[in-house]
Write a protein that binds this ligand. Sequence first.
Ligand SMILES: *[C@@H]1O[C@H](CO)[C@@H](O)[C@H](O)[C@H]1NC(C)=O
Ligand SMILES: *[C@@H]1O[C@H](CO)[C@@H](O)[C@H](O)[C@H]1NC(C)=O
Ligand SMILES: *[C@@H]1O[C@H](CO)[C@@H](O)[C@H](O)[C@H]1NC(C)=O
Length: 382
Amino acid sequence: MRLLTIVLVVIAALNIVVAAPSNEAATTELPEEDHCDHKLTKSNKYLDYPFWKKFFKHLVPFTSSSRSKMQFFLFKRDFPDCGRELFANDDETLARSGFDARHPTRIIIHGWMSQGKGSLNRDVKTAYLSLTKPRPNDTDDAISEPKMMAPLYEDFNIIVCDWSKISSNVNYFGVAEMVEDLGYLLAEFVRYLHMRADLRFDDVYLIGHSLGAQIAGSAGKQIRPHRFNTIFALDPAGPAFREQSDEYRIDASDAHYVESIHTSIGLGFEQPVGHSSFYPNFGKDQKKCYVYGCSHKRAHDYFAESINSTKGFWGIRCERLSKKTWVLLDNDGEYRMGGEPSDPKNGTFYVKTYDKKPYAMGTIKAQAEASAQPERVTEVYH
Ligand SMILES: *[C@@H]1O[C@H](CO)[C@@H](O)[C@H](O)[C@H]1NC(C)=O
Ligand SMILES: *[C@@H]1O[C@H](CO)[C@@H](O)[C@H](O)[C@H]1NC(C)=O
Ligand SMILES: *[C@@H]1O[C@H](CO)[C@@H](O)[C@H](O)[C@H]1NC(C)=O
């Protein structure tokens, strides 16, 4: 009995600590147009305070009230770092947000233990929005000043799906059980944008990392009879899903086109999922990755880079006979991994990358030409 009391007192004390007002709440009200619901710039603070608040909350029983909560933040060319929160069934906020169904919509879903402000969200969002800026004309000769060309895209609706209220729970298997519910919330939100803002399902890509990829798959199943255009599954989560049938994990039926990028074995899903599956560096350990989780995270580094890379990641078709035996079919052309827009194809592909940023090597053909280049230059100077 005494023990129980002590436990309850400790819980109560922790509760007070957890419930203490955060520094977020202390900011004063900004004018409407400067109002920031979700700041997504690189912070120099090591700790993401709101994330750790959620994390500790899960360690205290009875207090995780907001069980199935998912938030949505919109970013566009004109507000690239400052997300505006959207809510399913709030027409007024939607109308004021700047969401525009004429622009392609890209929804980013982070993974377990990931922070709503993590680098996946930041890098993928920034890479997409970089396509809305004027770009240098590479075909110009180096002597004249580089001329700028029109941007590739006018604008995007980049939506960051933040489910850190749940993903911050250390109990992975408990979190994995909620994938269906989270997929439902995401599908409901997209359906709402379709009904109230004329969003076309075919203009939507989902980009999910780890458990986020399983949530994307689940949303794809629950949006039927409609289909998303594309799902990019970045090292889809393996644990708790490997043993499941297609019905309970991401598969090719979840969108018109499903592409997966496999970069780790422990945390990732080893078998191909979807229409095409890419295995950078044979999909096991990524180059110069020495800490646990590094290879798993590398999937989104590659993907973010693929969006605005001029070289691009190009794979060759392969067959995996076993974990260690691969047959590379190198006379069948080269296939692009990731990128914008998506590039539908079928099969299993092997991609080689560099060991540091920028990781993309470009096509084998371009590499061969590049390595032949210096000789020609030398000739000119003779
Ligand atoms: C490409 O996107 C990254 C973010 O992933 C950004 O840091 C970089 O500046 C972008 N590159 C260009 C050329 O815009
Ligand atoms: C890029 O530069 C080349 C050479 O100056 C020019 O012929 C071409 O029209 C330019 N492209 C665009 C899209 O401006
Ligand atoms: C990939 O395969 C599916 C099913 O076999 C087919 O419907 C689709 O057209 C194929 N896509 C491409 C790009 O070959």
